[in-house]
Design a protein around this ligand. Sequence first.
Ligand code: C2E
Ligand code: CA
Ligand code: CA
Length: 717
Amino acid sequence: MEAKKLKILIVDDDPDDALIAVRYIKKSLAGIGLSIDHAASLSEVNLFLEKGDYDLFIFDYYMGELNGLELMKHIRTGGITTPVILLTGQGDEAIAVAAMKRGASDYLAKETLSPTLLSKAIRHSLELYQSEQKRKETERILRESEERYALAVSGANDGIWDWNVLNNEIYFSPRWKSMLGYEEDEIGNRLAEWHTRIAPEEVQTLEDSMEAHMKGRLPCFECEHRMRHKDGKYRWMLSRGMAIRDSAGQTSRVAGSMTDITDRKNIEMTLRHGVLHDSLTGLANRKLFMDQLRRSTIRVKRHKNYQFAVLFIDLDRFKVINDSLGHLIGDQLLKEVAPRLEGCLREADTIARLGGDEFGIIVEDLDGAATASIIAARIQKVLCAPFMIGEREIVISASIGIKLGSKDNEKPEDLLRDSDNAMYRAKAQGRARHETFTQKMHQSAMASLEMESDLRKAMDRSEFRLVYQPIVSLISGQIEGCEVLIRWDHPERGLIPPDIFIPLAEETGLILPLSEWIFQTAGVQYKSWLDAGYSLSYINLNCCARQFLHQNLTKLVKKILTATHIPSHLFGIELTEGSAMQDITLSTSTLQELSQIGIKISIDDFGTGYSSLSYLRHFPIDTVKIDRSFVHEISGHQKNGRNRTAIVDAIIAMTHSLGLKVVAEGVETEEQLAFLQDRQCDAMQGYLFSRPVPPEDFLALLREGRCLSDVNPICSG
Ligand code: C2E
Ligand code: CA
Ligand code: CA
């Protein structure tokens, strides 16, 4: 069955701008089925609208015949409620505000448009729209249930009261008394019998409303309040009454009824809760969060010493958990995260689930910026403790962005956006940390844009080069193969590590041409070594998720093999668990194709994902590479080293039991090497033997026949 496509209509009279928007949308929503139409005029818009429904509109504000606001009005009067994102110019704040007032769900400045911003705006708009639809539906149900309820009780269910204002005596009907659980003779005829049973918080409201009616300001007395039942619990009641006046206009009596509205109130409260809360975790939802944030921005302006902060929390690699363990486990995990977060906060603070694995917190009445960091650190600490979901232990971390509230008239949306930006920063800095938003981050967001454009040019300017790191057999001590790693020599910034630019290349799609170049260059290089007579049993190339899922990898590999005449069994691909688990069906078929032509497949960074070895059985895998974080902790005098070495031990044993080969990454010390040899690990890679080196240096290693005994005295002894 084909999944439903997301239908988007872009309205822009500038074809170039529209093209950019289309490109950005495709990039930001990669993996989602899309159907995008473009209209350049009002008549075209009308034509498209006749043909079908859309999920989202993106309107340019500056259009020839109608501006974006007028266009919005046009479609809204036509009864179309589809969410609209308005593209404005930079500094068009007034237009943006007017657009939001007229029901646009977001706005973006064209000048600063990027796939990331657009993807966020689209996601938020669709979520907002869905929750609005849900709220309307809830209100409809509420109205209906109220009417039904009114019908049901309009019989003989009400209690009657009749108060003589002059002598302060009051008559209660037997039904009035039994509604509160009393027999006829258990309640007297003093007004106090009523008042002492009203919930203390509601006495004032009831008295005010009675007085307003008696003085003629309200046509009748009506009040919803709670009454204490004989069983000690409160029931919700609706008391209504009318004053009876003498000829001088003085009230002599007030008589009326009391209706039990507990059921209706309960339904109402549950529904109201549902409108403002997240059904999975029971936390506040985005709407309630934004309302509270608006209140905080008002409070901070009114009170001199008041301070607050917004924390944006995003769980690291949650997608991997969801994809590998399933959505039920993912949901369960989110549910369990909620009380841990609540435990870190005070009563007055607000905590909400903003969507997916994103949580927002408003810390009220802060005594300084440092406190916000302390709270963020506390949250990170409590989230670190393992979660038990069913039989499974799951360990997670979170990245947190902090934005301090200020008196500069900031809008709630801006505060949230800045905290979100700070969170992104925390992720980019290596996850599991928190960052406070600074003006600098603005600049660095700009720098990242700059890097993106530099990255596009880098290929043409030949700024990339490849380095080769030997993989050494622990049985023979000889170099058996190598891993290819990329380097970017930026003309101004110097060497930029692949950890920084590979994700960016993935995000922008540049990874596809880039990896083609890597495969090609490495293939030619490797062939030259083989032709020169050196024995090197394989060459491993890294492959990231995007490339693995979106490029026709088998085709690319075949092309390189044909062009270079390298036998296919000498060619290897390294893939992380996370990449393989993103789409298991697709991964399985791609891996099978590759394996059928003889390509060797390694699972990279093993142990850092959430999958277990069990899935390895289903994939045609040859080698498992133990992540260097585990190898680093192999050390005799380390206190908690025991546990980690146990993990390395277990990985080696299990991998071998599946008949696979195991390679340890990041081996830096002789101690680590000795441990791995002792545990019969098959091969190693790491600075101890050699760093990744340029091709000429790698050739030198091959030429001199460098082996482990040259670096490791234990081995030679
Ligand atoms: P990776 O695939 O896990 O690569 C191994 C990383 O460990 C390399 O970092 C390597 O220089 C480093 N390393 C090797 N031995 C040691 C050691 O003894 N100690 C320490 N501390 N590190 C060691 P590098 O080159 O910075 O690459 C980082 C990551 O960037 C790679 O992790 C890989 O995920 C990605 N990457 C690098 N080149 C490519 C490429 O050509 N294509 C793709 N798709 N990704 C690449
Ligand atoms: Ca690798
Ligand atoms: Ca690795």
